[in-house]
Ligand binder design. Structure first.
Ligand code: XMP
Length: 251
């Protein structure tokens, strides 16, 4: 089953559109792994997927500790995404993608800025051959996102287009499995959604710790909410995940 179908199925079964960003502050490796496993166990009924970033991958290693978490996610029928923001030349990008897919990840994130030929084409090809997903960054969630994603590209005829609109069009043209748009920029979500329509689902990080509001971004067309610290640093991560799940369903 393709990544896209997997997350739709999981979202329907769990009645949730929360992607848990399983990020933790640095700690002893054994403690990190135990804590991550506990958070995953306590939130599994309230999330539709798990996303890892370098917080765990760097200290635990792809073929070492992180494998336990990947197996655990699979046991709970949860797709698992590697937020690696692939951003290099084609040959390197292909190898990065092969490593993450070989390690068991169902999807990777990538930066459309590098283009298609000898850029992200090899990543999409690798993913498509084995039913995995590629999610593109279209507008990031941090405060200075506009410094890059909001810059205008000027065409030879003088037409000016913001980078995020070009990236949104690339997401449709390349048949991406998702587009990341910061929950902190609801207006951008609306604009980008008008390009993506129902063809490419929006994943929005940035609620809670970064200040984004759930109802605002859900109403603008977000399909999946990526939530990290609000859940992972809570004293009862399961309860917080359940509360956010209910809030997204009510909005
Ligand atoms: P928090 O703790 O802020 O975690 O809820 C969010 C998670 O998502 C990552 N992140 C992003 N990933 N594009 C991405 O691909 C973004 O714009 C973006 N903003 C946040 C962040 O690194 C963390 O893992």
């Amino acid at each position: 089953m393709s990544f896209r179908k997997k997350i739709v199925k999981s979202s329907e079964e769990k009645k949730s559109n929360i992607v848990l960003a399983l990020d933790l502050p640095p700690n002893d490796r054994t403690l990190l792994l135990k804590r991550a496993a506990r958070i995953l166990e306590s939130t599994q009924d309230h999330i539709c997927a798990v996303k890892l970033n370098r917080h765990l991958l760097l200290p635990l290693g792809l073929f070492d500790g992180v494998q336990d978490l990947i197996f655990q996610a699979k046991e709970y029928q949860l797709p698992i995404i590697m937020d690696c923001k692939i951003n290099d030349i084609g040959n390197t990008n292909r190898i990065i993608a092969e490593h993450y897919f070989g390690g068991g990840f169902d999807a990777v994130t990538a930066n459309p800025f590098v283009g298609w030929d000898d850029g992200l084409q090899p990543v999409f090809e690798t993913a498509r051959n084995i039913g995995r997903g590629v999610i593109l960054l279209v507008y990031m969630s941090h405060r200075s996102a506009g410094d890059g994603y909001g810059r205008e590209f000027v065409a030879v005829d003088g037409t000016r287009t913001p980078a995020y609109m070009i990236f949104a069009r690339r997401a449709v043209e390349w048949n991406a499995d998702g587009a990341v748009v910061g929950a902190t920029y609801p207006e951008r979500i609306g604009e980008i959604h008008s390009v993506l329509e129902q063809k490419v689902p929006i994943y929005a990080p940035g609620v809670g710790a970064q200040g984004g509001t759930i109802s605002l971004c859900m109403n603008k067309g977000v399909r999946y909410l990526i939530v990290g610290r609000t859940i992972t640093l809570a004293s009862d991560p399961g309860r917080v995940a359940e509360k956010i799940k209910n809030q997204t369903r009510a909005s």
